[in-house]
Design a protein around this ligand. Sequence first.
Ligand code: KDO
Length: 336
Amino acid sequence: MYALPPPSLRRRTLLGSGLALAASAMPVLAQSKVLLRISSPAGPDDWHARMWTVFKDTLEKSAPGEFEVQINLNASLFKQGAEPTAMARGNLELSTVSAFDIAKQVPEFSIFTAGYVVRDPAQQQKIFNGPIGAEMFKRVQDKMDITPLATAYLGTRQLNLRDTRSVKTPADLKGVKLRMPGSKEWLFLGEALGATATPLAFGEVYLGLKSGTIDAQDNPLPTVRAAKFYEVTKQIVLTSHLVDSLFIAISSKALTALAPAQRQKVLAAAQAACSYNNENRLKEEAELVAFFKKEGLQVSTPDLDAFHKAVQAAYQNSDYAKVWPKGLLDRINATK
Ligand code: KDO
């Protein structure tokens, strides 16, 4: 697991100036709880929403009475994608950030937004808990003023269609209005899959599918269940195009203001939350095809080779690949 915040932060906070020391003493002097506000677009029934309760409970056990953890779901505090800026400004302490959120400010992180790069959840954990993760998270810290603490497996993204159709290759998705979250990195992925990508916030997807303003959405199966998208769709195509990650991140300002022992406890709570999410999500992901079939959905597997080739070619020929650090793709591929 990711043991400690990367060295640049440790230098600034643990070995740093009197300012850091004064800041770390603040919560005790004030005799008040440290406020940790969390914002997430997830609905309460998804594992990466429930994991925040594990975070809160773990912290309450390791540091009784020291923290006030406020969990805000359904994008009720900040809209989806606005969390990193809010954390950098000190208006929010914690959230989950995606590779897509990061790539907006750290373009080389787009390697993790590319379809069919990360192979499976086990490899994902090895990548982000090893040297690649440490290097890439340092770039995030330096540029974004947030500190990634632990990596949650959001699941493997699949296509979910409002009406049934035969989908074997990307060409079969021509003209399909595929909802993607709202950023150019997400839209690129949707287009690489062969569809017509259209941006929409997560909270509007259910109604978009119901009313027919969109034809399809992509998300991991546990989210299709938790957000009840299966009620308003007829087909799942198991493209498995993205082994998706969410990083629990904390505002670096907030982290710096904590006493060293508190930092460790927050880190341990984030790791416990991710472990809870990862275990439950993996287990559920394995069971859900049967559940969706029972609910009357058609579940099909396309020509995965055709999808791999088309998506990988789209990225290799794009500007995204130009800024990927030299050799990183090979190092990712070699991570077993
Ligand atoms: C989504 O909007 O499709 C997405 O899956 C994108 C993720 O990065 C993440 O924001 C997620 O939604 C939310 O946490 C809701 O599950």
